[in-house]
Design a binder for this molecule. Structure first.
Ligand code: SAH
Length: 497
């Protein structure tokens, strides 16, 4: 755990894009941050790991213009650190490799603000590695040299090509795409062989990575033809003869699909592995969050004592219930004679984690099927304790009431819209092929925060009819609804598109 008293700022490298390349230390910083200042190359999934109360400040560029100048970024960091907040500045790759991390550190030193550097995996070798090109290889390159291919606005690139061509190792250029012609001509005009192997790696380590191999003499032509965009790495040297590809090697049903998951953090983290197994790229951006509602020890004990059946409608409810009984010191054996009912497999799995097997799961995971199938098992002596979301649908209470079954409907958590995500949502929305909405509350949050509904047309995949109904309140067209109301159903629905 970081000592907040000492480290007021962490300048953290988050790697080149694949969020799994985040270091444990970086993750710890992100989870503890009060303020996160991030750039446009940061994978939004990383931001999802932040505390619910953390401030998210975008310092990247919007359509070519600096959103915050470097000076403004420095001031923002200092301002927040000055109020005692723990500031985490996220930077792509490693903070000390062309990321202006050094300048930020210097600014903090000058103001006597304690900071640390958390190194990250740099794109210059990981991006190449994911493209199948090792930055060194015995017999091909015994050294590597990394250059910036970019100068301050208005300044020309003045690399010392005369000496660069004499270097006997891999040459890697960062930020060089807009200056590709200067780089190629600089090398050629100083005598480098035009047949020297070269490659460009665009969006290295990301789902949309593209790799172009060629020779120094035809790299410009390839870049133009393929419309290569930033971020990209240019590599020149014999290591480009190697093709050690492993990344994105196999085509899976959802390969190449970029999917936004809007569910709560817990649910998103649970669903993500399944999407990844199917080949999809997943961005976890929780538009909603759950907040537990304190029931109080006496009341919870009393409700438990009186009930014959306990019903959980979501895994959130299950987790919050177990947190509460632990906190209140209620013995788990107080559940021994209760029939535990769930509506979906998610809640069932959540229960399993606590060593409890549900006694009842309906054949279809919706409230109506639940009622149809549970009612024959209930009678006048039953008392159902429903532990669920505040403002849950009225299908269950209505159904139990009209069947004359005694019940208690206790809100155990509330779902709130995470308005901090509004900017990121709108900034990135067009890059997603599909937006997965797995609950009516996520639907409400999406509709509330999206600035232009029309970008969602034909892209929204809903977990089931209740969620679709919530989405239909806005003018979103061509909503895709899963036939089976769980992650498998969603994956199936996308596969069929
Ligand atoms: N600190 C970063 C580099 C910052 S400079 C690092 O250590 O990786 C930004 C440049 O890095 C981009 O213009 C591009 O050349 C390179 N870059 C960063 N991420 C990249 C990625 N995923 N794929 C290809 N190039 C990348």
């Amino acid at each position: 755990m970081l000592n907040k008293e000492v480290k007021r700022v962490s300048l953290v490298g988050v790697g080149p894009g694949d969020e799994k390349l985040l270091t444990l230390k970086a993750l710890e910083c992100i989870e503890n941050a009060d303020v996160l200042v991030y750039d446009n190359l940061i994978n939004p999934t990383i931001l999802n790991k932040a505390k619910l109360t953390a401030k998210l400040i975008y310092a990247g560029k919007i359509s070519g213009d600096h959103y915050l100048t470097q000076d403004e970024i420095n001031k923002t960091i200092v301002e927040h650190a000055g109020t005692g907040e723990y500031v985490v500045r996220l930077k792509g790759g490693d903070p000390y490799i062309f990321g202006r991390g050094g300048e930020e550190a210097q600014y903090l030193i000058e103001r006597n603000i304690d900071f640390e550097i958390v190194h990250g995996v740099s794109s210059f070798y990981a991006g190449l590695g994911y493209a199948g090109i090792p930055v060194t290889f015995r017999g091909e390159a015994t050294s590597f040299h990394v250059f910036t291919g970019h100068k301050k606005k208005g300044e020309v690139l003045d690399l010392d090509f005369k000496n660069i061509v004499k270097l006997d190792g891999s040459l890697v250029f960062l930020m060089g795409i807009s200056n590709l012609s200067v780089i190629v001509n600089g090398l050629l005009s100083n005598g480098m062989n035009p047949f020297t192997k070269a490659a460009v790696v665009e969006n290295g380590t990301r789902y949309n990575q593209r790799v172009f191999r060629g020779e120094l003499g035809n790299m410009e032509e390839i870049a133009k033809k393929e419309n290569i965009v930033s971020p990209a790495l240019i590599v020149v040297g014999d290591v480009c003869k190697k093709n050690l590809s492993f990344f994105n090697k196999y085509r899976l049903p959802l390969s190449g699909k970029n999917i936004l998951l809007t569910a709560t953090r817990l649910l998103a983290e649970k669903m993500t592995p399944r999407f990844k197994e199917a080949g999809a790229n997943i961005c976890e951006m929780s538009l909603i969050a759950t907040k537990g509602i304190e029931i109080g020890k006496d009341r919870l004990e009393c409700e438990l004592n009186n009930s014959t059946h306990i019903l959980f409608t979501s895994s959130n409810g299950v987790n919050i219930f177990f947190e509460q009984i632990k906190k209140y010191g209620i013995d788990i054996r107080s559940l021994y004679n209760k029939k535990i009912c769930v509506i979906g497999s998610g809640s069932g799995e959540a229960l399993n984690k606590y060593g409890v097997n549900p006694d009842f799961i309906p054949s279809r995971f919706d409230s109506k099927s639940f009622l149809d199938e549970i009612l024959p098992q209930l009678d006048k002596s039953s008392k159902v304790l429903m532990l669920r979301a505040k403002l849950g649908s009225d299908v269950l209470p209505k159904g139990l009431k009209s069947a004359g079954i005694c019940f208690s409907d206790i809100p155990i958590y509330d779902t709130v819209i995470d308005y901090r995500k509004k900017f990121e949502l709108n900034r990135n929305i067009e890059s997603f092929d599909y937006v997965v909405v797995a609950s009516a509350s996520a639907a409400k949050a999406l509709v509330e925060m999206i600035e232009d509904n029309s970008v969602l047309n034909g892209r929204v995949v809903s977990i089931g009819p209740v969620t679709t109904k919530a989405l239909l309140k806005s003018n979103i067209e061509k909503i895709i609804t899963a036939k089976q109301y769980d992650v498998e159903g969603i994956i199936d629905a996308i596969k069929k598109l």
